[in-house]
Design a binder for this molecule. Structure first.
Ligand code: ZN
Length: 340
């Protein structure tokens, strides 16, 4: 997820700067030191927990000009810094909204809804046929689940017979959507949701004001990316007010209250840049989950709240499948109201 423009950069200095992913980091350190790092890696786990940052840290380790004794990158040499600043010539991002040759972000009609085979072929034809300039080359496939079938098959050939000194890191929070053949070709590295204290620490590093950091961390479900995207004081206030209005509509006796709030909320969400619907629904889910815990001594109440939280979760998942937001919210609210 994108972080806000004014958010300061936190420098990347090798694998030691990846927070709270001990299993993934131990695995990668061992693979590096034993010379058994696969040329095709699949980084899977929730969105916004540091997968792509970790791929870059790993890339630093393979190109660093003065690596540390423990094998980690120095983080300070020219190549380490170039990797961090995304200017290293042998580190390329393959993504649905990045021009593969210029590495410039694409937007509007230039950005496709998936990674197409043309992009993969362009990468193969214009870049991968040449030798890397330095000791290693990295291709980061961002949101690898965006690869369509023909792009996957084309990439698969390269994964099976990679050019010299070339590593691929496929990044995904939806591993099940990748072709089985691609998945099985890769060494899988699993990433976990971050503990809340680490999300808070990351927000602190990014100079997010304390008042909004606590809320953002609470609702981010262990995703620093999501927390950073949420950490806008004004937006946070408006989300809280939408949460209150959704809850009020559930309690309202007036017929039409649900339809009204579903309509005005989806209109508001459409006018925003980010994905406000899933963000506010995640807050709603969290609200019901907290209520279920708070009412643990009243089994019936606790069950109703747990069932409601599950209904919200299902709706969030169905939103990913492009269900129309207003309809989805309306139908969710009706089911929530009826869940007694
Ligand atoms: Zn270095």
């Amino acid at each position: 997820m994108a972080q806000s423009a004014e958010s300061p950069r936190v420098p990347l200095e090798g694998l030691r700067s990846i927070r709270a992913q001990p299993k993934a980091i131990d695995f990668l350190r061992h693979a590096l030191s034993s010379g058994r790092l696969s040329t095709a890696l699949l980084f899977e786990g929730p969105d916004g927990v540091g997968k792509e940052r970790c791929a870059r840290a790993l890339a630093q380790c393979t190109v660093c000009l003065s690596p540390r004794e423990d094998g980690d990158a120095c983080g300070r040499c020219a190549t380490c810094r170039a990797v961090d600043h995304n200017t290293y010539v042998d580190l390329m991002t393959l993504a649905r909204d990045v021009n593969v040759l210029t590495q410039e972000p694409q937007s509007g009609s230039d950005a496709k809804s998936e990674i197409t085979v043309d992009k993969v072929r362009e990468l193969q034809r214009e870049r991968l046929i040449y030798m890397p300039h330095g000791s290693a080359r990295w291709i980061i496939v961002r949101d690898a689940h965006d690869l369509n079938a023909s792009a996957s098959n084309s990439l698969l050939k390269t994964l099976e017979e990679p050019p010299a000194n070339t590593h691929f890191a496929l990044i995904t929070h939806r591993p099940s959507e990748l072709l089985v053949t691609v998945r099985s070709r890769c060494q899988r590295v699993r990433f976990a949701p971050l503990p809340t204290e680490d999300v808070l620490a990351i927000l602190h590093e990014h100079k997010v004001p304390e008042a909004v950091a606590a809320d953002a961390a609470k609702f981010a479900e262990g995703s620093a990316g999501r927390a950073l995207a949420m950490a806008d004081p004004e937006l946070m206030a408006s989300r809280k007010s939408w949460l209150d209005r959704l809850l009020a509509a559930l309690r309202a006796a007036r017929p039409g209250a649900i339809v009204d709030v579903a309509e005005s909320f989806s209109k508001f969400a459409e006018g925003q840049d980010g994905d406000e619907v899933p963000v506010v629904l995640t807050m709603l889910e969290r609200y019901f989950r907290d209520e279920a815990l708070a009412n643990v001594t009243d089994a019936r109440k606790a069950m109703v709240f747990a069932a409601r939280s599950q209904l919200v979760r299902q709706t969030i998942t169905s939103l990913d499948q492009n269900l129309k937001a207003q309809m989805a919210i309306e139908s969710l609210l009706v089911r929530l109201r009826d869940a007694r």
